[in-house]
Design a protein around this ligand. Structure first.
Ligand SMILES: NC(=O)c1ccc[n+]([C@@H]2O[C@H](COP(=O)([O-])OP(=O)(O)OC[C@H]3O[C@@H](n4cnc5c(N)ncnc54)[C@H](OP(=O)(O)O)[C@@H]3O)[C@@H](O)[C@H]2O)c1
Length: 260
């Protein structure tokens, strides 16, 4: 599918990957409707998108609120592509994680995508066309120490994505999953990099623009699943083939790299 003149809704477009996705969609000629909570930052992304000669609308949206997700979709009219990207992390060991943090992460990263998906599905199914891209994480494919609360939200999103795809694939709606590894964004203002397992820190952070190209390519092709960067994709494959060995290896490398 060519994105030219299509309408793409992007959540979490006020910064990082979502902002880069919005710009990449606009560069490819799509009209964009952008959702996030910070109005000024969202408007700035919309202004930047308009420089490509497309229409861009900023709709202040808290994805934890079902009615705000419905309004975001409604204000977009006919939605060709929905990109569920909004999310955040607070890393902590399970023994000390704050219940409110665990709940808010699930409300945002998982239920945010559920609300937007349920708002857009009726029109896509009625037309028999449309694409939904969910931005999960490599933390949705393997559990990492001190990231359990965040991993749970992304594992939930991966399961939701796979089930949704099987429900709608024969009704003309495509569902794609993108799992980025560490990416250089404001994500790490809240998520403490130092709490990541030592071996995770070996993986160099990728730029949001690189992830955005993968996300937008997935929107165009309806890819089954894309993991970015390549090293993360290779390790994820290894984990799927032999999970116990992958965890043991990862733990051993991490314990050598972490201060005692
Ligand atoms: N950075 C990484 O290493 C990494 C790796 C794998 C996956 N990811 C995933 O990639 C996605 C984007 O993260 P990022 O790295 O680009 O981080 P970011 O720069 O912090 O962007 C997060 C975006 O989500 C929005 N958001 C957060 N809570 C929201 C809410 N309740 N309602 C609406 N929007 C909300 C933020 O906007 P407002 O604050 O304006 O609402 C912001 O636009 C997230 O789902 C994240 O889990 C990130």
């Amino acid at each position: 599918m060519d994105l030219k003149a299509k309408t793409v809704v992007v959540t979490g477009a006020s910064s990082g990957i979502g902002r880069a996705v919005a710009l990449e969609c606009a560069r490819r000629g799509a009209n964009v409707v952008l959702g996030a909570r910070r109005e000024q930052a969202l408007r700035t992304t919309a202004d930047e998108c308009r420089q490509f000669g497309v229409r861009a609308e900023a709709v202040v949206t808290d994805v934890t609120r079902r009615e705000e997700c419905a309004r975001l979709i409604e204000s977009a009219g006919t939605v060709d592509v929905l990109i569920n990207n909004a999310g955040f992390a607070i890393f902590d060991a399970i023994e000390s994680a704050q219940p409110d943090d665990l709940r808010t992460m699930m409300e945002t990263n998982y239920f945010g995508a559920v609300h937007c998906t349920q708002s857009v599905l009726p029109q896509m199914l009625a037309r028999g066309s449309g694409t939904i891209v969910n931005v999960a994480s490599i933390a949705g494919l393997m559990g990492y120490a001190r990231m359990g609360g965040y991993c749970a939200t992304k594992f939930a999103l991966v399961g939701f994505t796979e089930a949704l795809r099987d429900e709608v694939i024969r009704r003309g709606v495509r569902v794609a999953l993108v799992c980025p590894g560490t990416t250089e964004t404001e994500f790490f203002v809240k998520a403490e990099r130092g709490k990541m397992p030592g071996a995770s820190r070996l993986m160099l952070a990728v730029k949001p623009e690189q992830v955005a190209r993968v996300v937008v390519n997935a929107a165009e092709s309806g890819a089954y699943r894309r993991v970015v960067p390549l090293l993360a994709a290779a390790f994820t494959k290894f984990k799927e083939i032999t999970p116990r060995l992958a965890h043991t290896l990862f733990r051993r490398v991490s314990s050598k790299l972490e201060p005692r």
